[in-house]
Design a protein around this ligand. Structure first.
Ligand SMILES: N[C@@H](Cc1c[nH]cn1)C(=O)NCC(=O)O
Length: 454
């Protein structure tokens, strides 16, 4: 046998590794679809179950509670680095599907007509409707599974693409996820009009997530095959002991801290805004639900094109640290324009899509330069837990600000103060991006260098 022969594995096949990306991209698209599917239904939830702005904010933010207060994304990342991709992925995608089904059940007639759990939910916290409480439980379980499954998928991308087209792969992965979001904003307003009732919109979303579990099982077969090729005796599993120093080392890494804080502030100015955006356009520009839903979906649609494009440019030319600065600046300007001008929301949403591509396309692959691959699950998990603090607090705060600055039942709802809050988060993100770039000159991670030069 020629010992100089370099053994080829599945990930050396361009077609196979991009096919893997499509499989896990489907799981991600389902995740994002469900995350966003109820946002265009805000006014329907108010009509059907009497949700206030704060109730709606609470419903959005409960997604993050397991990840912030139970540190689930951190534990998920640690479990991932220890148990490996297949077991962790299966477990958390299953949680996500179960949570989605519970949410749909909570909104259904089956439940409202004294179904399982209705009497119990009616007996606790009487100030809230039983529907809201069951839906909160469902979204809590969904969030518990969904965030760690994104961490798992990020690790899968690093596993198949590190040293190859990593930033492009992250860009395409995010593009697929955003197709899920765009579809949600497009389909939900249509599905609520369905003959089978408005809850069809939620059931469809829940079944989409459930189908993604089957797709993940298909991915697991390829993952197993790759592991057998890369570690032929299979006795050396992916598992790895976790040491508390894995976390303390991350906390001592200033670049990692800045990128985590940027992640927190940037995403807090995007996702919570996006969840309220259909309602914001409806109120500010006096549009129908369908029209405003279509404006909202321009942002994720724009990112489907721009994120892979910027990923490709980051792979080829670098400049990730600089692009994060531009992204944060553009984000701030768009929110200020939403707050104080009547500039076309169509144009502003596309521009926001550019900002929302610049930062993610540069940020996620940059983490792979700062952290050892064996600890990447822990690192992404940590970032997601911190980010979830914002995804928990800011939808809630938006709802509270809206209820506080508007008279109940009076239309249109004024969003100015909420938009100023989002713009302020953008400014903080801009500062962290500047600090990250400065720190990179000292740490030498080469965030501004092309992907394969590090
Ligand atoms: N932690 C997720 C949040 C999310 C949004 N929709 C579903 N989950 C996240 O930030 N992912 C990275 C991204 O750029 O989408």
């Amino acid at each position: 046998m020629n010992t100089n022969t370099v053994k080829k594995s599945l990930k050396d096949s361009v077609i196979t590794r991009w096919a893997m990306l499509l499989l896990v991209g489907f799981v991600l698209a389902a995740n994002y679809y469900f995350y966003d599917a109820l946002s265009p239904l805000k006014s329907t939830l108010t009509k059907e179950f009497g949700f206030s702005n704060t109730d709606f904010g609470l419903f959005l933010s409960v997604y993050s509670i397991p990840n912030v207060f139970l540190l689930m994304a951190v534990f998920g990342g640690i479990i991932l680095d220890k148990l490996g991709i297949r077991r962790t992925g299966f477990m958390f995608v299953a949680f996500m599907a179960f949570g989605a089904l519970v949410t749909a059940y909570g909104a259904s007639d089956m439940y409202s007509n004294n179904g399982v759990g209705y009497a119990f939910m009616s007996s606790i916290f009487p100030g809230y409707s039983p529907e809201l409480k069951m839906m909160l439980l469902g979204r809590f379980l969904f969030g518990l599974g969904a965030e760690t499954s994104i961490v798992v998928i990020s690790k899968i991308i690093v596993k198949w693409f590190k040293g190859k087209e990593l930033a492009l792969a992250f860009g395409v992965k995010l593009g697929l996820a955003r197709i899920g979001s765009a579809l949600a904003f497009y389909l939900s307003p249509i599905l609520i009009k369905s003959e089978t009732g408005w809850t069809t919109a939620i059931w469809f979303a829940a079944f989409f997530v459930t189908s993604s579990l089957l797709v993940f099982i298909i991915y697991m077969m390829f993952d197993l095959k790759l592991d057998k090729q890369v570690k032929p005796d299979n006795s050396v599993s992916e598992s790895n002991e976790f040491h508390i120093s894995d976390i303390t080392d991350l906390l001592k890494n200033r670049s990692f801290i800045y990128v985590t804080l940027l992640c927190l502030t940037f995403y807090s100015a995007v996702f919570p805004f996006f969840s309220f955006s259909a309602d914001f356009f409806l109120n500010k520009f006096n549009l129908t639900l369908e029209q405003s839903g279509k404006i909202s979906l321009l942002m994720p649609l724009g990112t489907v094109i721009f994120t892979p494009l910027f990923g490709f440019l980051v792979d080829k030319y670098g400049k990730a640290a600089t692009l994060m600065i531009y992204g944060s600046l553009i984000l701030t300007m768009v929110h200020l324009a939403f707050a104080f001008t009547t500039l076309s929301p169509y144009v502003l949403m596309v521009v926001l899509g550019i900002a929302f591509s610049l930062v993610p396309a540069s940020m996620w692959p940059s983490v792979a330069k700062m952290v050892d691959e064996k600890r990447i699950g822990t690192a992404y998990g940590f970032m997601f837990s911190v980010q979830n603090l914002g995804l928990w607090a800011f939808p809630l705060l938006t709802g509270v600000i809206l209820d506080y600055t508007n008279v109940e039942g009076v239309k249109p709802i004024d969003y100015t103060y909420s938009m100023v809050m989002f713009a302020s988060l953008g400014i903080l993100g801009f500062i962290f991006a500047l600090l990250l770039k400065r720190e990179d000159k000292l740490s030498g991670y080469g965030l501004n260098l092309p992907s394969n030069s590090k």
